[in-house]
Design a protein around this ligand. Structure first.
Ligand SMILES: [Zn+2]
Length: 360
């Protein structure tokens, strides 16, 4: 009853005022969302070209370049399994109005790309950031993304060096869409690249603080392949099988044995895939465990920099948290992350100055 009432109130508020773009990312069956999906609180934004993105880290990177000149709207809600995500009818409405569609590619958002291809305006480009960052022969296949299935590990953005390429490619695409704001995008890119370069440097410092013998990752979700190659880690395993279901008892026993043999002091779960299995494995192997994230930004807020008031709810904030968790689990120094500015370079948190993340 309360749910029905609140759904009715939401519908009413969407009619009375322009429905917030944030509501598009909330999972709700309300049919009103379909007609209000692209509007934001700012009535002027309805005249701005619409860029549709997919996962939150991409949305955050793109909106840091787009700033206030374009509407940027992510389709895949934070905390949702992006690998099995099926777009909803309201997403078709959004894609139908899109002027540019920026996705990761490497088979991550195949159902969304399929829908986009069938509903988007003829002139709207679908651009795969990942496919323009590496070539097919650089694809990595591993534990949860075995070669025989044909779907590569798609998590390029976790690697900060690739995130830098994403930002540059996004700036190119936004400039092509909106050439009059070329200089504005270039300035945002320059400022954002400085933040990413700082993140890269902190990452290298954190990695150096972890004893070399511990630079090994066993994670629940297999999202560290490219990051590990860049920063000198070995991915020794992933708990999640390639069908994204839970591992068998036999697999669990094998992983416990492997951890004992390799001798790592910590293993890592995933924010998006809450599972008791890694806790069980950690208990049996007598190691620490904590959750990392690759799709979900820390804390509450919008992945869109123009709508966000939380300077930690960013791609850089997500990676800062990951670095703390990994260094804490593997005997490094998490404090090295403390002075990193995780805020957006545009929007409400851009003028906050040197915002530093706090130790958790
Ligand atoms: Zn993932």
């Amino acid at each position: 009853m309360i749910e029905k009432l609140s759904a009715w109130l939401l519908a009413l508020s969407c009619i009375m005022v322009a429905c917030s773009a944030n509501q598009n990312t909330a999972i709700s069956p309300s049919p009103d969302r379909t007609s209000t999906a692209t509007t934001t609180g700012d009535p002027k934004s309805q005249n701005k070209p619409l860029v549709v993105t997919t996962v939150a880290p991409l949305t955050n990177i793109v909106s840091n370049i787009a700033g206030d000149r374009l509407q940027v709207q992510g389709i895949i809600p934070e905390g949702t399994d992006s690998h099995t995500f099926e777009p909803r009818p309201s997403d078709a409405e959004l894609l139908r109005k899109a002027n540019l569609i920026l996705v990761n590619g490497l088979h991550l958002e195949s159902p969304t790309e399929k829908m986009a291809n069938s509903v988007k305006p003829k002139d709207t480009k679908i651009y795969e950031l990942g496919s323009h960052t590496i070539t097919q022969d650089q694809w990595m296949f591993d534990f949860s993304f075995p070669k025989e299935k044909g779907d590569p590990n798609p998590h390029l953005w976790v690697d900060t060096k690739y995130a830098e390429v994403y930002a540059r490619l996004a700036a190119e695409q936004l400039t092509e869409l909106d050439p009059k704001d070329k200089d504005y995008f270039a300035t945002n890119l320059k400022n954002y690249m400085k933040r990413l370069e700082a993140l890269d440097k902190v990452t290298r410092d954190v990695v150096a603080s972890i004893p070399a013998k511990n630079r090994k990752l066993l994670t629940y979700h297999d999202s560290w392949a490219y990051w590990s190659r860049e920063y000198g880690f070995d991915v020794i395993g992933a708990i999640q099988p390639s069908d994204f279901k839970e591992p068998s008892a036999k697999d669990v026993a094998k992983l416990v044995e492997q951890i004992r043999q390799v001798g790592v002091p910590g293993i890592f779960g995933s924010e998006v895939y809450p599972s008791k299995v890694e806790e069980q494995i950690a208990r049996e192997a007598h190691v620490k465990t904590a959750n990392t994230a690759d799709d979900e930004l820390p804390g509450k807020g919008s992945a869109n920099a123009m709508e966000d008031t939380n300077p930690e709810h960013t791609y850089i904030g997500m990676m800062a948290n990951n670095l703390r968790i990994i260094s804490d689990g593997l005997g490094g120094n998490p404090k090295l992350v403390d002075n990193l500015n995780t805020g957006n370079v545009v929007g409400p948190t851009a003028t906050a100055g040197a915002t530093t993340t706090k130790s958790r």
